[in-house]
Design a protein around this ligand. Structure first.
Ligand SMILES: Nc1ncnc2c1ncn2[C@@H]1O[C@H](COP(=O)(O)OP(=O)(O)OP(=O)(O)O)[C@@H](O)[C@H]1O
Ligand SMILES: CC(=O)N[C@H]1[C@@H]2OC[C@@H](O2)[C@@H](O)[C@@H]1O[C@H](C)C(=O)O
Length: 396
């Protein structure tokens, strides 16, 4: 006789295990593909022992990207498309997990859990939507039940909603993972992630978790990608070949940086709901730069990404802190060179030097959050809601 209903019994059993095998899934704002990280965990919270066993990014097909873009960060969309995509993405991500497990020769029955971010389709903190009668809000789709049923693996999903319910903006969640993975006593560290949107976590040398700061900074790759697609019909500016061939237009750069978002004190969050084609068009109009060469637009947008990070670091980070960069933007030489020049006193490396695969970092974060949801205690970090995140979906 089981003690509880069998789903609760299996939850209890997984939580009690000395170590757990979990999969973290991240599908970010760049829409490049699904990041899949297979990790093993022992323990929980600040004592977590963790190992990345396998990692892959399975690229999305253009048709899928177009479908998601038809609703992504748009104020008005076809509601039917949102409904269809919610089920489709859950089921599609399940197929991709099964594909990865097959390649890695791992039996799904040996995996204890999947922790799935889903696909953000709209992020609306109050600072952005400006409707005082509505709270902060954010929406990720790709329902966890589809993952659980198709893979037969317990799935934890919708990990941003409780952060919002408990008073946060639903992001960035990076600090819950960074404090576990990246802290070092005696060293002030800044972990910067340059994905679609860039964000950072400050980890103080004294280990005081209340002094940890985690905030979005501004656009990461999202504007560079949008305009590389628009002008050059390429998904992104590979190895910054285009940016390197253009010139930064200082008038446009200054105009891009002139937005109240950059004056607001951290922590704060944002998304392509703000940093989009219209944002750049308006800045070009204000600065009389609407007709500059396409290459110069890409150089200037790349400088924008880097300068926003440098300005934020100068304004809010202690001198002498070491910076560790992750995300696809870490592979953009123009962005990284510009950042290094602006922060010439700061030691900058990628998170690989901390033993954290820079491409896998966000997928690992979600795996860690899944482990916490199963076996952790709410962590009090940097004034963020002290809650365990995520909803459980059972296979049957
Ligand atoms: N070799 C490269 N050269 C230049 N840019 C690159 C390179 N490789 C990746 N990128 C950039 O990184 C992006 C993907 O980054 P990443 O996977 O970190 O984003 P994401 O997970 O979607 O973002 P987010 O953190 O916003 O959720 C690509 O769209 C591209 O702009
Ligand atoms: C709402 C949303 O999906 N936000 C993402 C996005 O991509 C980067 C930045 O904006 C960050 O705030 C967040 O993701 C990371 C994983 C986070 O929550 O830390």
């Amino acid at each position: 006789m089981p003690v509880f209903n069998r789903n609760l019994q299996s939850l209890f059993d997984i939580a009690q295990k000395p170590s757990r095998l979990g999969i973290g899934l991240m599908s970010g704002t760049s829409l490049d593909g699904l990041d899949i990280a297979l990790c093993s965990f022992t323990g929980n919270g600040l004592e977590t022992q963790f190992e990345l066993l396998n990692f892959t990014t399975i690229p999305y097909q253009d048709h899928f990207k177009d479908e998601v873009r038809s609703v992504f960060s748009k104020k008005q969309v076809e509601l039917e498309k949102v409904c269809l995509l919610n089920a489709y993405i859950g089921s599609y991500h399940a197929d991709l997990v099964l594909e990865a497990l097959k390649i890695w020769e791992i039996d799904p029955a040996d995996v204890d859990f999947i922790a799935s971010h889903g696909q953000t389709i709209y992020h609306a903190p109050q600072r952005l939507h400006k409707h005082p009668e509505y709270p902060n809000a954010t929406l990720q789709i790709g329902d966890g039940d589809h993952l659980a049923v198709k893979t037969s693996i317990l799935t934890i999903s919708d990990l941003r909603q409780k952060h919002v319910a408990a008073g946060g903006e639903g992001a960035p969640l990076a600090l819950y993972g960074d404090v576990i993975l990246g802290s070092k006593a005696g060293e002030d560290r800044i972990l910067v992630n340059i994905g679609g949107i860039s964000n950072l976590t400050y980890l103080p040398a004294d280990g005081d978790t209340e002094r940890i700061l985690c905030s979005d900074i501004g656009p990461g790759n999202t504007l560079i990608d949008t305009f590389t697609r628009k002008f050059f019909n390429k998904p992104f500016d590979e190895d910054s070949a285009i940016a390197d061939s253009g010139t930064v237009n200082e008038g446009l750069l200054n105009s891009l940086l002139k937005h109240p978002f950059f004056q607001e004190a951290p922590p704060k969050t944002t998304g392509p709901e703000l940093f989009n084609e219209e944002y750049v068009r308006a800045a070009q109009e204000r600065s009389g730069t609407s007709h500059i060469p396409a290459e110069d637009v890409i150089s200037t947008l790349s400088a924008f990404t880097a300068k926003a990070i440098a300005d934020f670091t100068r304004a809010y980070m202690p001198k002498g802190a070491k910076m560790f960069v992750s995300g696809g933007g870490a592979k953009n030489p123009f962005v990284m060179d510009y950042l290094r020049k602006r922060l010439y006193r700061t030691e900058i490396n990628d998170t690989g030097s901390l033993g954290i695969n820079p491409d896998a970092k966000e997928a690992i974060l979600f795996a860690l959050l899944g482990n916490e949801a199963l076996a952790g205690e709410p962590l009090s970090v940097g004034g963020n809601p002290s809650v365990l995140l995520g909803k459980f979906s059972f296979a049957g």
